[in-house]
Design a binder for this molecule. Structure first.
Ligand code: ASP
Length: 341
């Protein structure tokens, strides 16, 4: 489906669509000491500064800036995640708001986007956007990323597609996207599912729609979420020890996600760790460190009470596991969540 015209909700009344841009920090809001310095920068800009840098934005919609956080995204914790989600939900509930953009650091952008995808009860477009180069850089990518994000939020086809991520002229489903390169402008990809669409030469071209449950169709609600349960990720490797599993369980983790080798294979310690978790009533999800492909159910899941993560990478599996655990620890419930979301 190709959508070349932004949606104009108020066209019939001569009004303009209203878009909220909610800032959380990150490279897109950062500056360095010179235009050629592309690392070691600081978060300095507010959303209004971005508006000033991109005057073309104001031709698209009536924009409202919300400076919520000024964090590097590797500093975002569960409390900050809930703060972001609650404020996004509040803004979307305003009938005057037609769409919302979250500007965010790229390091953990996929986790926030997926969390929002699972808890927001709205079909209004929400687009999460970042930048790989600071705003002060030569060929900074943030301005066009933000401009494209607003255009996507105004596209009729963006409605009901779940939370979207726009980076480097591509449009991704929050569930599928991951940061796959440490520095490249084309850092984001959806290795297994592919991107949802592309922004090219002024057109917004959508190729397909997400199939898994999201936003208004999910059973997760922010209303009953005072806090998120603790869930840890443990990276498996040759010669892995058992101590990480003891530490996670002793620290109060309610869930463990294994970044396993291959198709969710268990090292001897990971197997012992799964047994420890089962005895302690701690949920155990097998994801993979591989980064592409699907972790499929295995016979071990039955004997050790584990959950296969499917195509969710470890950090995404952790987001879903935390939300699933707010509803029940039952194994069939957890498995159902990983099959449906
Ligand atoms: N460290 C930055 C962050 O995640 C990287 C970025 O935004 O690109 O906040």
């Amino acid at each position: 489906m190709t959508v070349s015209e932004p949606r104009r909700d108020r066209r019939s009344t001569g009004g303009r669509p209203r878009v909220v841009v909610l800032g959380t920090g990150g490279t897109i809001a950062s500056s360095a000491d010179s235009a050629t310095q592309l690392h070691d920068y600081r978060v300095t800009a507010g959303v209004e500064d971005m508006f000033t840098a991109i005057p073309e934005l104001h031709a698209l919609a009536d924009l409202r800036a919300v400076n919520l956080l000024q964090l590097d995204s590797h500093a975002i914790d569960s409390a900050a995640l809930l703060t972001i989600a609650r404020r996004v939900a509040k803004e979307l509930a305003d009938p005057e708001v037609d769409g919302l953009i979250v500007t965010h650091g790229t390091d953990t952008l996929e986790e926030t986007a997926y969390f929002l995808n699972l808890v927001l009860k709205s079909t209004k477009p929400v687009v999460v956007v970042g930048a790989m180069r600071p705003a002060s850089a030569l060929s900074a990518d943030g301005p066009l990323n933000l401009y494209n994000a607003v255009r996507v939020a105004l596209a009729p086809a963006a409605h009901g597609k779940g939370v979207l991520v726009v980076m480097n002229d591509r449009l991704f489903a929050a569930r599928d996207v991951a940061k796959a390169h440490t520095t490249a402008v084309e850092a984001f990809e959806a290795a297994e599912e592919g991107c949802l669409g592309r922004i090219a030469c002024g057109g917004i071209h959508l190729f397909h729609a997400p199939l898994r449950l999201h936003t208004a169709a999910t059973s997760f609600s922010l209303d009953r979420l005072a806090e998120l349960p603790m869930a840890d990720i443990i990276f498996d490797h040759q010669g892995a020890g058992i101590h990480h599993y003891h530490a996670a369980i002793d620290a109060g983790a309610r869930g463990i996600v294994l970044a396993a080798t291959g198709n969710g294979s268990l090292s001897p310690s990971a197997r012992l760790g799964a047994e420890l978790a089962a005895r302690a009533g701690v949920a155990f999800v097998r994801s993979s460190r591989v980064g592409r492909g699907i972790v499929t159910p295995s016979f071990d899941d039955e004997t050790l009470g584990m959950v296969a993560a499917g195509s969710l990478n470890p950090q995404k599996a952790r987001i879903l596991l935390m939300l699933a655990l707010t509803q029940s620890h039952e194994l069939h419930h957890l498995r159902s969540c990983f099959e449906r979301y």
